[in-house]
Design a protein around this ligand. Structure first.
Ligand code: NI
Length: 168
């Protein structure tokens, strides 16, 4: 298994719209394994394929304290979202050290394929609902900071640019 490189905002590749997975085969299962390993090592609670520069609709999530409850969502769709919305403080592996408040529906029902290519539906609330929506945004080419004001987005961009300059 290989740990994958995670793209960092504002890398333009993060705005690529992911294509549906045509067939859940060994290549996709390997991608899921590599993404899970990358997420656990980061460490993070969710990762979308977009973030590792693979533009297919694959998401891995593990919100458990014990880090042993991997959830895989291939070609996920939100089939229902609550009218009730809630604000959470979000962070992202592609936007290091930035956390900010985003409002989203507090409950969603998602339909997706698992690693065997079987369709399932899941009702999610709280952190899982937030995480699913956050990762599905990545698949649409959207990073959570785009919900913030233009002023905040510019501050984040310049902060991350500086950080990169220091690294060189
Ligand atoms: Ni993210």
């Amino acid at each position: 298994m290989a740990k994958l490189d995670i793209l960092t905002y504002p890398d333009p590749r993060l705005h690529t719209v992911a294509k549906p997975v045509a067939e859940v085969d060994d290549r996709i299962r390997q991608l899921v394994k590599d993404m899970a390993e990358t997420m656990y090592e980061a460490p993070g609670i969710g990762l979308a394929a977009t973030q590792v520069n693979v533009h297919e609709q694959v998401v891995v999530i593990d919100i458990s304290e014990t880090r042993d409850e991997l959830q895989v969502f291939i070609n996920p769709e939100i089939v229902w979202a609550s009218e009730n919305r809630k604000v959470w403080e979000e962070g992202c592996l592609s936007v290091p050290e930035v956390y900010d408040r985003v409002e989203r529906p507090d409950r969603v029902r998602v339909r997706a394929l698992n690693e065997k290519g079987e369709t399932f539906e899941l009702d999610a609330d709280d952190l899982l609902a937030v995480c699913i929506q956050h990762e599905m945004d990545h698949l649409r080419g959207k990073v959570f900071v785009e919900y913030l004001s233009p002023l905040k987005q510019n501050r984040i961009k310049s902060k991350l640019h500086k950080r990169e300059r220091v690294r060189m």
